[in-house]
Design a protein around this ligand. Structure first.
Ligand code: ADP
Ligand code: ADP
Length: 203
C-alpha cells in the first residue's frame, strides 16, 4: 500500500476534503502548505509576511514554503501532501527530499471550481471544510461560527486560478510526461471521489 501520497489539483478541486479522509483512513499525516501558512500568516520573513501574498492570491516565495514542507516531511512516516508543489522549482526540491509512492491528479473543470471556492466556508475551531450548497452542517452552533477565507472572494479566486494555470499546470504536465500521474475524476460526490482515490491507492 502507498503511504507517501501526493495529491495535485486546482484550488477548489477537493484536495483538503479528500486529504483529511485519506489521512484518517491510512493513519498518515496530512501535510498542507495552505493550512501551515494560514497558521503563520503574520510571520516575518525576509520576503515579507505570507499574508501579503496569500490575500492577493499569489504564491508565497519558494524558500519559505520549501522549509515548511521539509520540516513536516521529516517528521512524517507516511503522508498525504496537499497544496505543494505549486511550481516546477518546488517540484524539483520535493524530488530531492523524498520519494513518492503515488502521484494523483484530482481533475475538476474550471466552471465547477469557481462555485466550489466562492461557496467554501471553514470552521475556525476544527479546521473542517464546508460548502454553502454542497456540504452544509446541520448543527446551528457550527453554522454560526463558519467563516469565509479572505482569498475565497471572487476576484482573488480568479487570480488564484490564473496563478494555477501559469505555475502549477506545468507541474502536472511534468508528472504526466514522466508517466507517474494517476488521474482521478473529481467531479462527483465527495464519498464517490474518496472511493476512486482509495481504489487507485490500493490497486
Ligand atoms: P487551495 O486549497 O484553495 O488550493 P491553499 O490553502 O492550498 O488553497 O493555498 C492558499 C494560499 O496559500 C495560496 O493561494 C498561496 O498564497 C499560499 N500557498 C499554499 N501553498 C503554497 C505553495 N506550495 N507555494 C506557494 N504558496 C502557497
Ligand atoms: P482544495 O483543498 O483543493 O482547495 P477543498 O477540499 O477545500 O479543495 O474543497 C473546496 C470546496 O468544495 C469546499 O467548500 C468543499 O466543501 C467543496 N467540495 C469538496 N469536494 C467536493 C465535491 N466532491 N463535490 C462538491 N463540493 C466539494
Amino acid at each position: 500500500m502507498s503511504h507517501r501520497i501526493l495529491l495535485l489539483g486546482a484550488p477548489g478541486a477537493g484536495k483538503g476534503t479528500q486529504s483529511k479522509k485519506l489521512a484518517a483512513e491510512y493513519g498518515i499525516e496530512h501535510v498542507t502548505t495552505g493550512d501551515a501558512l494560514r497558521a503563520n500568516k503574520d510571520m516575518e520573513t525576509e520576503y515579507g509576511t505570507p499574508r501579503s501574498f496569500m490575500d492577493a492570491g499569489e504564491l508565497v516565495p519558494d524558500p519559505v514554503v520549501n522549509e515548511i514542507v521539509n520540516a513536516a516531511l521529516k517528521e512524517a512516516d507516511g503522508f498525504v501532501l496537499d497544496g505543494y508543489p505549486r511550481n516546477l522549482s518546488q517540484a524539483e526540491y520535493l524530488s530531492e527530499i523524498t520519494d513518492l509512492d503515488a502521484v494523483i491528479f484530482l481533475d475538476v473543470s474550471e466552471e465547477e471550481l469557481v462555485g466550489r471556492l466562492t461557496g467554501r466556508r471553514m470552521d475556525p475551531e476544527t479546521g473542517e471544510i464546508y460548502h454553502v450548497e454542497f456540504n452544509w452542517p446541520e448543527d446551528e452552533e457550527i453554522q454560526e461560527r463558519l467563516v469565509q477565507r479572505e482569498d475565497d472572494k471572487e476576484d482573488t479566486v480568479r487570480e488564484r486560478l490564473r496563478v494555477y494555470r501559469e505555475n502549477t499546470e506545468p507541474v502536472i504536465e511534468h508528472f504526466r510526461e514522466r508517466g507517474d500521474l494517476i488521474e482521478v475524476d473529481g467531479e462527483a460526490a465527495p464519498d464517490t471521489v474518496f472511493e476512486r482515490l482509495t481504489d487507485v491507492i490500493e490497486g
